[in-house]
Write a protein that binds this ligand. Sequence first.
Ligand SMILES: [Zn+2]
Length: 399
Amino acid sequence: MPIFHTASDEEIKRAVTTDVYFVRTEKILKAKKLDKISVVADVTTSGLPRNWSWGVLCGVEEETKLFEGVPVDVYSMLEGTIFKSEDYRGFRVPVMMIEGSYGAFCLYETPSLGLICQASGVATRAARIRKAAGEKTLLSFGIRRMHPALSPMLDRATYIGGFDGVSSLSGARAIGAEPTGTMPHALIIMLGDQVKAWKAFDQTIEKNVPRVALVDTYFDEKIEAIMAAKALGKRLAGIRLDTPSSRRGNFAEIVREVRWELDLRGFEHVKIYVSGGLNEVTVKALSVAGAEGFGVGTSVSNAPTIDFAMDIVEKRGKPCAKRGKIGGKKQVWRCQKCLIDLLQSSEKSHPPCPKCGSETIPMLLPLVKNGRVVAKLPRPRDIREYVLRQLEKVQLEEC
Ligand SMILES: [Zn+2]
């Protein structure tokens, strides 16, 4: 038995994390010899959390691993695709589709949804914050608020959404990069003195790690920022303000004041990083005030999940969707210029963009064919680049 309350890879692959009603359904279908009936199931959402206008699909690589060896066909949008819940006419858009005998994948509905719902929520929030931050540095600091078993998934999704770096060792391994971080208050407290702590960091830590001094432990941010700049001089890459909420007042004003005082003393090279309770709204305001980088935690790691659902829409080649869902096997066609989707029956031919007339591309692409992985799985950095390219074409609604 594992010592932590987590399911192992092997248990997830065996669908031990599924809901019991699927186990019972499978049992009944087998008893009645109905388990081999071929179906098509769509994965859609009725809307995004908090009325967000778009989402970032994440977790597709793990879907591939889940369905590898399961005798079904899986089609999906690429990992990192920016999607809307509806096409331009308001029809619900599937992000993923499974085709095969229902008995073969009935148990996988629960784990399959779990893999994309949470990761897509995290990647979406991260992408929103990237949109708000423009070109500035975003670091993922949020794994401490979630179960440690999830840290690689959370940091990977955050990075894919457009963050520059992640703080956890396991997250860094998942994205194929070095972990990024500054220093905790604990270091300053243990060294007993801010200057001693910053100097100890400078003396001890590898030279390629940027020196970013935490400047809010005992004195005012402005005083400590100047102290750090004087102590480390040219070697000081930045300072971090993690001002406690009880002292914050107007955080943007504190950032402005620190920037001014550093510049006045010739420390223009020292960048200001901020952390603590940040989201897409505060990041934007602090960025305007002069912050160059942001450590963002809970708002991303605890991002609202995206409520994807899986529904059978075709049985033995005939449409059979339940109330509220639309039937038949479908394809989603996207205009890459307008970033709008057109949902069509898979039997209809390739349409032009209904808005600009340009070529559209099919979005549901084969991932797994009869249990064999047929898609090439891109590296996290390439998925992130794909997200950043699409982000140029979407807006952040006023929040
Ligand atoms: Zn178009």
